[in-house]
Design a protein around this ligand. Structure first.
Ligand code: GDP
Length: 399
């Protein structure tokens, strides 16, 4: 666990502390303002490429949706009318993937393409191909760059390439095959005038393999800070590392939630009582559950795509917070069942902070308990996500 001594030392908290010292109400306003700023902004991802290159399958896979689910991007169909469709992430609707028609069709000629798709609304572009990148892809990429937007190249269906190569060769070397395909794509793009192209080999059927994690790392590095979290929360749980990053991102917010809960307890607003903490906890834990894809709908979709029965996923969601609606009663029941002794050191550190800022005792208790509870529940939910991920991957490896 993170060193708890510096849990409350960031600039924002110091500022809030100052406000709290002046007046609890102002402190609460400051925290709310801060949390509002932390809300993940819209993220619009443009996916373009020829018909059949795997755009829709990638979009569905990123959203944890199967081709037959409601709201899925239709796959395997020959494009007749070139339309622009946007697909929100089911649990993070502020993150949208846009299925753009391929460049160079009569309705979307290369020289009018960006204008016709309304390029300004997109945060970055992904160009997908299942073979080599063509002249039109390059023209488009150069134009996107000229407009000041980022572009990433995805070489799709890499699972097929690997199995075809494996079948045809005696001394098959998987890593070398992948390196060769990547190098070929990079060289092809470079020779056509794209400097340092960023190429990723992906399989939309096995996003936990190949280069998807490199794409994730690159975007994490290149996206501006608030958009980075929007992207991170919407990512499928394809590795332990991503689960840990999501957990860290949620964890970083807990101190503000704790402060908010302590402030709220001290503000004489009719109707607000200690029950507010529980409501706050319910809302935040629901976010954790959805963010880690442990809600009923996400688990069912994962069960369909992975072949692991839904009940097996539920059996490893030991917190009992997954696959259900989070209610105050459920949280109360859970907390009364759980022994929280293990988090005592955290509580001491937190209490010290609240004492330093001269918070009344009632507020200290409220803030400390919210802090402890949220940390505790986040740990449980992230551990569940880890077990669900392991089950899903184990099943894929069997196949
Ligand atoms: P779009 O026209 O670009 O949206 O392409 P689709 O997503 O409809 O995919 C076209 C075909 O390629 C479908 O039959 C998909 O199942 C298949 N496909 C897409 N992505 C992959 C992939 O990563 N691996 C394999 N093996 N097939 C894929």
């Amino acid at each position: 666990m993170k060193d708890q001594r510096d849990v409350f030392t960031s600039d924002a908290v110091t500022q809030i502390q100052g406000e709290m010292e002046k007046s609890a109400a102002e402190g609460v306003a400051k925290i709310k303002e801060y949390l509002e700023k932390q809300k993940t902004p819209p993220l619009n991802i443009a996916i373009t490429g020829e018909s059949g290159s795997g755009k829709s399958t990638f979009i569905n896979s990123f959203r944890g949706i199967n081709g037959s689910d409601k709201g899925a991007a239709p796959t395997g169909v020959v494009e007749t009318t070139a339309v622009i469709e946007s697909y929100p992430h089911p649990n993070h609707p502020n993150v949208r993937l846009w299925d753009l028609p391929g460049v160079g069709t009569p309705k979307f000629p290369a020289d009018k393409y960006l204008e016709r798709v309304g390029f300004e609304r997109f945060d970055f572009f992904i160009i997908i191909t299942a073979c080599r990148f063509k002249e039109n892809d390059v023209k488009l990429a150069l134009e996107i760059k000229r407009m000041g937007k980022k572009i990433y190249f995805l070489r799709s269906k890499i699972d097929s390439d690997i199995s075809n190569e494996e079948r045809g060769k005696k001394n098959f070397n998987r890593q070398k095959t992948l390196d060769d395909i990547r190098e070929n794509c990079i060289k092809g793009l470079h020779d056509q005038g794209i400097e340092a192209p960023q190429v990723f080999l992906v399989s939309s059927f096995e996003v936990h393999l190949f280069d998807f994690h490199l794409l994730e790392k690159t975007l994490e590095r290149e996206l501006p800070a608030p958009k980075r979290n929007a992207f991170l929360y919407a990512l499928p749980n394809i590795s332990k590392e991503i689960i840990k990053k999501k957990k860290d991102a949620y964890q970083a917010q807990i101190k503000y939630h704790a402060l908010l809960s302590s402030g709220v307890a001290a503000v004489p607003v009719p109707g607000l009582s200690s029950a507010v903490d529980l409501v706050l906890v319910v809302g935040i834990v629901t976010k954790y559950v959805n963010g880690f894809g442990l809600d009923k709908e996400s688990l069912k979709r994962l069960s369909d795509s992975s072949g692991v029965p839904y009940s097996e996923f539920l059996s490893v969601v030991t917190s009992k917070l997954g696959g259900t609606t989070i209610t105050p009663e459920l949280i109360k029941k859970l907390l009364s069942q759980l022994a929280l002794e293990g988090t005592l050191t955290v509580a001491e550190e937190v209490s010290r902070f609240f004492v330093i800022i001269g918070t009344p005792v009632s507020m200290i208790l409220s803030g400390v308990s919210t802090y402890r509870i949220l940390n505790f529940l986040l740990d449980l939910v992230a551990d569940d996500a880890q077990r669900v991920f392991e089950k899903a991957v184990a099943k894929t490896c069997e196949v």
